[in-house]
Design a protein around this ligand. Structure first.
Ligand code: 26W
Length: 823
């Protein structure tokens, strides 16, 4: 197939063959007859890296030649997935490499499978950061991603007797061909200790005497833009024991102590915290946050001073810093510390610079996810930063808040960075809002809730600070690379530049009723389902029929995402089939992928329940192949790439008001799945784009959820008044799905009844079941289904992450694009 752009591949397949062989010999030390698949992958990556590195050098030269304004994207998570396939697509080398490898007797698809996922993130927030890097490079914006070089990314998930088992992820076990270590840019990071006030020339100065010094070593991962655009960098910091080794301690017999110090230093970047949306308040996590924020700021300041020395006037013109949630919020007092303590700047000047460079994205409203640090812990780890936070807070409360609401202590205590109480806490959200010039939510409804419910007083104080940037996804990875058949069909029927101009998919709406196009579109869906069926068989042994509806829910396991609502409906279908073997339904395969945080009991119980229900249903002759349930193990980016193209139905069923945006919803709809969803997050905007007829909306709205909760929600009202609902909830209390182990699934029932059903599962059950009947009815009408599927693909242009990035640029970052010289 011809590539979507008019650009041609930068190498012939002959030339590439030579390069791959060269690397097989000289960097892998092997030869074709002997080489393992892994060696072939390494050699291919090394060959492609020649083009990547050339682009990187050109881009860096361009940025320094024009002294460009850049955004620095600070994120604790970057969920990059695999890079080889992505780099091949973005460099227009995919077909060429395929050919080159074929000529060498190798299969590219198999070789791509050798690459471990780079899973340095939990879920939505981390994958969003990865899509944004792709778009920033593609649009030629100068940008650096800053994060942590975790030795172990998100755990590997296995099932043992249906229960989730975690094993460490070891993505770098055999090295990583993409990353470059930059010892010349090492930073020293200080921790603990105490602050001394020194009087000099009649002025008080603060001197921080740290108790610990840690080395931050940068690893650069090139980020290749589409069409051979810029190659930006993702800079990830690894912690090491410092070289400023305490030789006295060592010589005085402190060998063991010195080793302990080294282990402690290395622990900082050892492992990604697997908690999604729950703040645990752990000291190591705070140290991780400070470690990478401080290293990144030192790097930003070093780069700036290399060009501008002590002239700070250009700083806010050249530097934008985006805080991806509050995890890097400590960067705000850190920049103040650098400017005031190290660079001798006065408070007002420093604050003015600070406030101009920072902006903050909020990704969640869940109270348990809002970061707060115990004040004493904070003081122990970062004594100087706590002082600076007090001072920021003092200026804010006595100047800005006092001006607006004179004498109002209530509003002061609500807006204070410090939460008073038995345990005093540092509120990182407050710090982020006060220290930033812009704050954004990630979908329209979410941003409105940020204004009205999360930060209403801040919104009253600064009406222009809070804004919206709706999330997006990169169509390169999430359509072109993962769904080559559909990509090729679109190449032929819409314009070829859709990977950069996704709105051009609109043209396909004209073909939504065209029988030939419908057949071609649905044939591709069917072929993708056959491929996924093979994957399911290989991973679980379960056989599924590609003729059935593939109904997919893929996301972290969380009560608010309501995988258990899906499960209750599955039980209802099963029950209908048992009560009436002739019950008429389109055969359906429910497919899940989800990891639970290792300490989240109920989430793990829901995984167990899905697995147990799946066992029972899949082995029950009576359902006559009409119902199958599959929970795929170890859901991750590379598995998502196989599942999404094969989905007929996309489950987006969070309690309204709880899912900030969702981005899986966009990926699935783009690939022609019909959404069954609540009016939550970006589902609302998806429904607006696709039209209400092409999505299945159900359940309570944000306002109805609020009203029900303030009336006082009683789950028994629903349980006792819906016989089917009662029957399936009670089913969980028997040993039907766990023979010999009654009560093994009762925690779910308990949470839904006596636990108060905090996410209104029972309240939305009937409406969900009815929407599912409409899904079934639509699927029977093959043409109507095909039409809706096509319209979904055609109307997802808005959700291109290039559009999100352009919104950030226009509203917040104010960058100019700089295509690289020599490109
Ligand atoms: C402190 C523990 C913790 C860890 C991660 C709290 C919160 C998080 C993230 C903010 C959770 C997250 O990934 N949020 C998701 O962000 C996506 C990108 O904006 C949204 O699409 C999802 O709706 C949101 O849940």
């Amino acid at each position: 197939t011809r590539s979507a752009s008019s650009r041609k591949a930068p190498a012939t397949s002959k030339a590439l063959q030579q390069k791959i062989l060269h690397h097989l010999h000289t960097t892998q030390g092997t030869y074709p007859e002997k080489a393992s698949a892994l060696a072939w992958w390494e050699a291919t990556a090394a060959a492609i890296n020649e083009f990547v590195m050339a682009g990187l050098t050109d881009t860096q030269k361009t940025h320094s030649r024009y002294d460009t304004r850049a955004v620095n994207y600070l994120s604790m998570e970057f969920l990059m997935g695999r890079l080889l396939s992505n780099n091949l697509h973005n460099l227009h080398l995919f077909e060429t490499t395929d050919k080159a490898l074929a000529a060498l007797g190798q299969n590219l698809t198999d070789i791509l499978e050798q690459e471990p996922d780079m899973a340095l993130g939990n879920g939505g927030l981390g994958r969003l950061a990865a899509c944004f890097l792709d778009s920033l490079a593609t649009l030629n914006y100068p940008a650096v991603g800053y994060g942590i070089h975790y030795e172990h990314g998100l755990f590997e998930q296995h099932f043992r007797n249906g229960r989730q088992i975690e094993r460490p992820d070891d993505w770098r076990e055999y090295g990583n061909p993409w990353e470059v270590c930059r010892p010349e840019s090492v930073q020293q990071i200080k921790l603990y200790g105490y602050v001394e006030t020194v009087y000099e020339d009649g002025r008080a100065r603060k001197v921080w005497h740290p108790g610990r010094n840690i080395k931050a070593v940068p690893w650069d991962i090139p980020v290749v833009g589409y069409n051979g655009a810029n190659v930006n960098i993702l800079r990830l910091w690894e912690s090491r024991a410092t070289d400023f080794f305490d030789w006295d301690v060592f010589n005085a017999g402190g060998y063991v102590d010195a080793q302990i110090e080294q282990a402690e230093a290395e622990a900082i970047s050892k492992v990604l915290y697997p908690n999604d949306e729950t703040e645990a308040g752990k000291e190591l996590r705070l140290i991780q946050q400070y470690f990478f924020s401080a290293a990144s700021l030192a790097d930003i300041v070093r780069r700036y001073q290399r060009a501008h020395g002590d002239d700070w006037t250009q700083f806010p013109k050249l530097v934008a810093i985006q805080l991806n949630d509050t995890h890097p919020a400590v960067a705000i007092p850190e920049l103040m510390r650098i400017l005031i303590d190290d660079k001798d700047m006065d408070w007002n000047h420093a604050w003015q610079l600070c406030h101009q460079v920072f902006s903050y994205t909020n990704h969640t409203l869940l109270p348990e996810a809002l970061e707060k640090w115990d004040l004493h812990l904070f003081e122990k780890v970062l004594p100087r930063h706590l002082e600076l936070i007090y001072e920021i807070n003092h200026h804010f409360l006595t100047e800005e808040v006092e001006q607006k609401w004179p004498g109002d202590d209530g509003v002061k205590s609500r807006l204070s960075i410090i939460e008073e109480g038995a345990r005093r806490m540092v509120r990182m959200g407050h710090l982020s809002v006060i220290g930033s010039h812009r704050v954004n939510g990630v979908a329209e409804v979410h941003s409105e809730l940020v204004k009205s419910d999360l930060f209403p007083d801040f919104h009253a104080l600064w009406p222009h600070k809070l804004t919206n940037v709706t999330n997006g996804i990169t169509p390169r990875r999430w359509l072109k690379a993962c769904n080559p058949r559909l990509a090729e069909l679109i190449d032929r029927h819409a314009s070829k530049d859709w990977p950069v101009r996704l709105d051009k998919l609109q043209k396909l709406t004209d073909l939504a009723d065209d029988a030939r196009f419908q057949n071609a579109f649905m044939k591709i869906k069917h072929e993708n389902k056959e491929e996924l069926a093979d994957v399911i068989k290989a991973l679980t042994g379960i056989e599924v029929d590609p003729g059935a509806i593939f109904d997919i829910q893929i996301k972290r396991l969380h009560e608010y995402k309501r995988q258990h609502l899906n499960l209750l409906h599955i039980l209802a279908l099963y029950r209908r089939l048992l009560e009436n073997p002739d019950h008429d339904m389109v055969p359906r395969v429910f497919i899940f992928g989800a990891k639970a945080a290792p300490g989240y009991r109920l989430a793990k119980d829901i995984i167990f329940a899905i697995n147990k229900v799946a066992d029972r249903i899949n082995n029950d002759e009576r359902v006559g192949g009409k119902l199958k349930v599959v929970m795929l193990p170890n859901y991750r980016v590379s598995l998502a790439e196989k599942m999404i193209p094969a989905a007929d139905v996309s489950e987006q069923i969070s309690t309204a008001g709880k899912e900030a945006s969702g981005t899986g919803n966009m990926k699935l709809a783009l690939n022609g799945a019909l959404t069954i969803g609540t009016l939550d997050g970006a589902n609302i905007e998806i429904a607006e784009e696709a039209g209400e007829d092409n999505v299945f909306i159900f359940g309570l709205t944000v306002d109805e959820v609020k009203a029900l909760n303030s009336r006082g929600y009683n789950p028994y009202d629903y349980y006792l008044n819906d016989a089917e609902l009662k029957a399936v909830v009670d089913w969980l209390d028997t040993d039907y799905f766990t023979p010999g182990q009654p009560g093994a699934l009762s925690s779910i029932k308990h949470s839904l009844l006596d636990g108060g059903d905090p996410f209104l599962v029972l309240a939305d059950f009937r409406s969900y079941a009815e929407a599912q009947l409409k899904v079934d009815a639509r699927y029977r009408d093959r043409k109507a289904w095909a039409r809706s599927a096509i319209i979904n693909t055609a109307t997802m242009g808005k959700f291109n992450s290039d559009r999100s990035i352009q919104d950030y640029v226009d509203r917040i970052w104010k960058l100019k694009p700089y295509p690289r010289d020599n490109a």
